[in-house]
Design a protein around this ligand. Structure first.
Ligand code: PR8
Length: 469
């Protein structure tokens, strides 16, 4: 892909996912096909969250007084908040913020809900729209001002250990989710200067995009007791003493759909993993006038058979050249295409094409086994798409030793570089400026090289570096 930015922009339109012409910067319209992909992705995520969390829905507006309470948090967001200042013609006594995220909307209610240790833990999530007046260049799904798919989890615990466990649980949920979608990632602990405003620390998932820059696709924040102090979320222990709760929050956004598109798409267009594909199988009957009935009878049966067995299938009977139909469904990313023509019926075969590899296969047709065959191919596609995208992320991650390799590697090859680092904020920021890169974060690892790549002092971390979105 020569120009990812242009490709990405075009594919949203060509695969009928989104219409970016909405007359407000940073806000776009989900079209039916895009919305279906979003729905299936959210279903997969919610299934994982629902095992151990409950879904809630909080209002979109936050009173200024609540938003302002947590000083560090509000400082982090003050440049990005949209305000409602009027109700009709009247000026509002108290201005109301459109949530940029929901800590200050949810935690005042936690304060009312939590009385005793028996009320803990609280583990809730919601999928909502949030608003951030982003000043960097906006792009559909990637950096938007209305995040239409903000899935955020908020928890409160009696102890620090339980909060730590929740951090691990959040990370596991996202790992499983991204694995299901074949989205590759590197996980690291964000540096102090880039953690979530008000948090103790932030763990982040980054994906290497086709242009070599990384996109942050999810974050898990340990909030410690900061917000509990601000919003007075206390509980009574068994012995009558009181403690503040320990909190965790994590979230992801429309960016997941962007990363899904970017991870699998190619010059032919979109390529979707079966789990999110609106149609998992497209059947194309090859029709000639004289034997139309025989072919359609066959493909109608096949469609019914697959549908009755839980496969999302569609048949394209339009009077168009088969080649044109192939082209369209490839562009829309349908994982599997089945072609059936009169000669195939005579030979008792069907032709199965994979969107991910372009592989074409003639399969003997048997009503009793065709469902299994199709399911098996869909599973292989899921597996192979994940492998391929993980391989890309691995191949674009480079371990380096010397400072002069930083710029060279990033500029030539893109991706993520890893090296040894002292962990000092001054050194990290110096590195960002000097080499025009971003420090993504650190990973725990046994260091072979114990010298900081930038300042030469003792290194205690493996650091991940890249250019970012
Ligand atoms: C939190 N509070 O808010 P976070 N456009 C698209 N996606 C975005 C944008 C944007 N403008 N800004 C952020 N994201 C915490 C956790 C509740 C949930 C995506 O955390 O500010 C990024 O992928 O890190 C980010 O990792 C995620 O939303 C969560 O936002």
């Amino acid at each position: 892909m020569k120009n990812f930015s242009e490709w990405f922009h075009n594919i949203l339109e060509e695969a009928e996912l989104m219409d970016a012409r909405y007359p407000i910067k940073g806000m776009s319209v989900w079209l039916p096909r895009g919305f279906q992909i979003r729905k299936y992705a959210l279903n997969a995520l919610q299934e994982l969250l629902d095992k151990d969390h409950e879904e809630v829905l909080f209002p979109m507006l936050i009173p200024q007084s609540e938003l302002a309470k947590e000083a560090i948090h509000v400082k982090g967001f003050e440049e990005e908040v949209y305000w409602v200042t009027k109700g009709g013609k009247r000026d509002l006594n108290e201005h109301l913020a459109l949530r940029p995220t929901s800590e200050t909307s949810i935690y005042p209610m936690f304060s009312l809900w939590v009385r005793s240790h028996m009320d803990l833990p609280i583990k809730v999530y919601q999928t909502v729209n949030t608003f951030r007046y982003e000043t960097k260049h906006t792009r559909p799904l990637i950096r938007v001002r209305e995040i239409t798919t903000f899935n955020e989890t908020h928890t409160a615990h009696a102890t620090e250990e339980e909060a730590e466990k929740e951090v691990m649980e959040g990370i596991e949920i996202y790992k499983t989710f991204f694995d299901e979608l074949g989205i590759p990632y590197s996980i690291s602990k964000r540096p102090e200067w880039d953690k979530f405003p008000g948090s103790k620390y932030t763990m982040a998932f980054d994906m290497i995009m086709p242009d070599g820059k990384t996109l942050q696709i999810a974050t898990v924040h340990n909030l410690g007791t900061t917000f509990a102090h601000t919003f007075d979320i206390q509980f009574e222990n068994e012995d009558g003493t009181h403690d503040y709760v320990h909190q965790v929050c994590y979230g992801l956004s429309d960016r997941v759909i962007a990363s899904l598109i970017a991870a699998h798409g190619d010059e032919k267009g979109l390529s979707l993993p079966p789990v999110v594909a609106p149609e998992q199988v497209i059947i194309i009957p090859i029709i000639f006038k004289e034997n139309q009935d025989v072919v359609l009878n066959f493909t109608d049966n096949l469609e019914k058979l697959l549908k009755n067995n839980g496969i999302r299938v569609k048949q394209d009977k339009r009077e168009l050249r088969p080649g044109k139909k192939y082209y369209e469904w490839e562009k829309r990313g349908v994982p599997l295409r089945i072609e059936v023509g009169p000669r195939d019926i005579e030979n008792n075969t069907i032709v199965i094409n994979r969107r991910d590899t372009g592989n074409k296969e003639f399969v003997d047709y048997d009503e009793n086994t065709v469902v299994d065959v199709v399911k098996d191919r869909l599973d292989s596609i899921t597996h192979d798409m994940k492998e391929a995208s993980n391989k890309f992320q691995e191949e674009k991650t480079f371990a380096i030793e010397k400072p002069e390799q930083i710029k060279k590697t990033i500029n030539k090859k893109g991706g993520i570089i890893t090296c040894s680092w002292c962990g000092e904020t001054d050194c990290g920021k110096d590195m960002e400026e000097k080499f025009d890169i971003d420090v993504l974060g650190t990973q725990e690892s046994d260091l072979e090289n114990k010298t900081c790549i930038n300042c030469g002092k003792d290194a205690s971390y493996k650091v991940l570096i890249s250019k970012t979105y």
